[in-house]
Design a protein around this ligand. Structure first.
Ligand code: ATP
Ligand code: MG
Ligand code: MG
Ligand code: MG
Length: 478
């Protein structure tokens, strides 16, 4: 079943169960605590927090997500993408645990010919928060799960909170047993054999003193109990498509196939190469989606994440043996796969691709000058019997050649060296202090005033910023 079909079934199923279908929010959302939307519930946060009242009590969406936290996992596990889509169903004071479990169980076990996802009941497990007797009883009652199919886990895995005081509650996840070739019986932690694909969060308590994900006080019941669920679309796609991981699904694999053609290497022949192929396919897609939502490469924040993704894709292609630019061959393949669900990617493709290709070009220049310097430094360290690349070298690479530290770390590690990171950070700090002192001495520490200079150049007269004491509508350029 194609990814787009799973997505259609999802929306139509929850739509026909009284849920309002809400389009995905852009990856960049108005939330000061987040670089990118990383879960389906993010756009609904004001409703869960009681700050706003929704027009509906049930909603469903397929939300674009980016999790930078998972970047190191990409290609190494079967299940982590930097970009992925989270199918969600939400209840705002409407159905609660029983309704959520019932809706989920019906969708995943109903046969495909009847509009369901057709998972085999005998492969399914549920994890629950170990004190949530109510959920345990419901899994038995609604789904007929026996005790050995219900796994009790602690707060680390099965309790949800926002990292601050507010709503929280236990969760319950649905796992699919992929069979003994993927791990030992009962090995819930590794995550490969018992693949987590759907998380049901039961928001029911008021939390205070939230010191960490696991350390908080439950101080009472919420006035309204809510449901927030998230199912990984790519995870379900790979399970239903009979492939081994999310990178081999219909929306992602064509980029691997294109990379095989470009490199002349075969996916599946060598583990290290396979990881690189997957990184390429994943990062090309994430970059496409991020640029599509207005992110441009830069040196900090969101722009830096995009830069890092693009550069890791380019570098992985180099490690696969291709030095020539390749994004021009890879990015359109990803767009072709994604446009069914996101048609704006096609209409906006000339802008998107220009941003990506320009970054590739800039990085190629950086790489060719920096790599020589790095190789020399590595050779020098090795010949002096050291297994560490000095902080000063790492700093010079950063300062002069624009080598981000993570790239230096990766490239040094490939040659069996560590990097004196504390030394690097110290030098970075010293440079920052110098820059600050410099800015103070020029009395320009209030920020960038070049925009006013440009305006006054264009207008031919002085420009005064009046925004401190006037509102937008009565601010005039004088
Ligand atoms: P994992 O333990 O595998 O890292 P998670 O517990 O961090 O997953 P949740 O925060 O519960 O994931 O997100 C809800 C669902 O979203 C998951 O059950 C999974 O199906 C999907 N998901 C989470 N992270 C990713 C990712 N990086 N790539 C693809 N799908 C993901
Ligand atoms: Mg995770
Ligand atoms: Mg998990
Ligand atoms: Mg989870």
């Amino acid at each position: 079943m194609e990814t787009a079909e799973i997505r259609r079934r999802w929306l139509s199923y929850f739509g026909s169960h009284g849920h309002t279908i809400v389009p995905s929010a852009p990856l960049v959302h108005d939330d000061p605590n987040l670089l990118f939307v990383n879960a389906g519930m993010v756009p609904f946060k004001p409703y869960f927090l009681g700050q706003e009242t929704p027009q509906f009590t049930r909603a469903t969406s397929v939300q674009k997500c980016v999790r930078t936290l998972d970047i190191e996992e990409v290609g190494k596990t079967t299940r982590h993408g930097t970009f992925f889509q989270m199918n969600g169903n939400f209840s705002f004071g409407d159905y609660f645990k029983e309704g959520a479990i019932q809706l989920a169980w019906e969708l995943i076990t109903r046969s495909q010919s009847e509009g369901g996802l057709g998972f085999d009941e005998k492969d399914l497990y549920a994890s629950v928060y170990h004190e949530d007797d109510e959920a345990i009883a419901l899994w038995k009652k609604v789904a007929g799960l026996s005790d050995d199919r219900i796994v009790r886990l602690g707060r680390k895995d099965n309790y949800w909170n926002m990292g601050v005081a507010g709503p929280g509650g236990p969760c319950s996840e649905i796992l699919l047993d992929r069979g003994p070739q993927y791990g030992a019986d009962g090995d819930w932690e590794a995550g490969d054999r018992y693949l987590e694909f759907w998380n049901l969060v039961f928001m029911q308590y008021e939390l205070e003193n939230v010191r960490s994900k696991e350390d908080f006080d439950i101080v009472g019941d919420l006035p309204k109990r809510n449901i927030d669920t998230g199912m990984g679309l790519e995870r379900v796609a790979f399970l239903l498509q009979g492939v081994d991981n999310i990178y081999e699904t219909d929306e992602v694999f064509p980029v691997i196939a294109a990379a095989e053609d470009l490199t002349g290497r075969r996916y599946g022949a060598a583990h290290e190469d396979d990881v690189r192929f997957r990184v390429v396919a994943d990062h090309v897609r994430s970059s496409l989606m991020l640029i599509g939502d207005g992110v441009t490469p830069g040196n900090e924040g969101r722009g830096y994440v995009l830069r890092r993704l693009l550069r890791r894709a380019v570098r992985s292609m180099r490690l696969l043996g291709v030095d020539a630019p390749t994004l021009e061959q890879l990015l359109p393949v990803s767009m072709e796969r994604m446009k069914a669900s996101y048609p704006e990617l096609e209409t906006d493709f000339s802008r998107i691709s220009q941003v990506a290709y320009a970054e590739e070009e800039a990085f190629r220049r950086t790489l060719s000058s920096g790599t020589t310097i790095l190789d020399t430094a590595v050779a020098r360290a090795k010949s002096s019997g050291s297994s560490t690349l000095g902080g000063a070298e790492a700093f010079a690479l950063h300062d002069t050649y624009g080598f981000p530290i993570d790239l230096t770390l990766e490239m040094a590690a490939e040659q069996g060296l560590q990097v004196d990171e504390p030394g690097f950070r110290r030098l970075m700090g010293e440079q920052r202090d110098r820059a600050k002192a410099d800015a103070r001495s020029k009395k320009s520490a209030h920020g960038d005033t070049s925009v006013y200079r440009q305006l006054s150049d264009t207008l031919g007269h002085d420009v005064e910023f009046t925004g401190y004491d006037q509102t937008l509508t009565d601010t005039r350029i004088r």
